[in-house]
Design a protein around this ligand. Structure first.
Ligand code: PDD
Length: 282
């Protein structure tokens, strides 16, 4: 069934949506994006996603095409027009169309595109089975804290995982796990401490990560924000990833080594339940 998508001020059927071949998002990945989950037709953690969008725009010197409050109204209208009950809404802002030149154009209008995707989130089978990941060298650039559409390294990592017959990949730099290809990585150390890498230019400041850490605080689950090694990950009692499109997925194997007993662990399962309860209540 055809969706209605949003392009620069208009709601149009997806077959009619057009962006210029000169769009800098297309030519240079000169664009930033956000993915917000939708549960029972409601946007989850969207204020935080839009705050991060504002930061990404600022970091690349691009002015928001619309006030944030207007963006929320468009997102909600798109969800309503597509009768999206469960899934995600994707939003992208590029620096717009201009003759190809690396230097920023002076008079280009930013391109704003949004579309919805249906996805089972609450009863996602991967949450029940857990996912298997491989590690892969982190070949990305030095500003992974900016949510840009320059995702070729993530595509190569996911493709390598797919070819290895597993679900996803964890990036590793200098023997330390940075994050997943499109999610933040956590391990539960054998002493019961949850560990996830501290914020910095090496990882995206995940919104789901932030909410999950707040839930750890509320439930007195001890955590540390610090780099952890691949050796620590292989020896962990549990592992999991967080993102808007997965919430919390338990990780049951890393590089073919079973994590814990090779099944979704109680801490990951509990944090997923708490996250969904919070998202449903907000
Ligand atoms: N990815 N790290 C990376 C590299 C990501 O691409 C993402 C999100 C995250 C998790 O961030 P959040 O919790 O705010 O979704 C971490 C989205 C879902 C995507 O590209 O589809």
């Amino acid at each position: 069934m055809s969706r209605i998508v949003y392009v620069n001020g208009e709601f149009v059927p997806e077959e009619e949506a057009k962006v210029s071949v000169f769009d800098r998002g297309f030519l240079f990945a000169d664009a930033v994006y956000e993915v917000t989950s939708v549960l029972r037709g409601r946007l989850i953690d969207n204020a935080a996603h839009l705050a991060r969008l504002a930061r990404s725009l600022d970091e690349i010197g691009l002015e928001s095409p619309l006030p944030v409050a207007d963006i929320t109204a468009i997102q909600q209208e798109l969800v309503d027009r597509n009768r999206l009950d469960e899934g995600v809404i994707y939003l992208q802002v590029s620096r717009g169309a201009a003759d190809r030149d690396f230097v920023f154009p002076e008079d280009a209008e930013p391109t704003l595109v949004m579309f919805t995707q249906v996805k089972e989130l609450e009863n996602d089978p991967k949450a029940r089975s857990g996912i298997r990941v491989i590690s892969t060298p982190d070949i990305r650039w030095g500003r992974c804290d900016i949510k840009t559409t320059a995702l070729l390294a993530a595509c190569l990592a996911k493709q390598a995982a797919s070819q290895a017959g597993v679900d996803d990949a964890w990036f590793v730099a200098d023997g330390l796990v940075t994050e997943g290809s499109s999610n933040n990585a956590f391990i539960l150390a054998p002493d019961g401490t949850l560990i996830t890498r501290q914020l910095g230019s090496e990882i995206l400041p995940g919104i789901t990560r932030q909410v999950v850490l707040a839930l750890c605080d509320e439930t007195n689950l001890r955590f540390e924000e610090r780099p952890f090694s691949l050796d620590e990950a292989w020896a962990a009692s549990e592992a999991f990833v967080t993102s808007a499109s997965s919430f919390v997925y338990p990780v049951v194997a890393i590089d073919g080594k079973a994590i814990g007993d090779g099944r979704p662990g109680p801490v990951a399962t509990r944090l997923r339940e708490l996250y969904i309860a919070k998202a449903s209540a907000d």
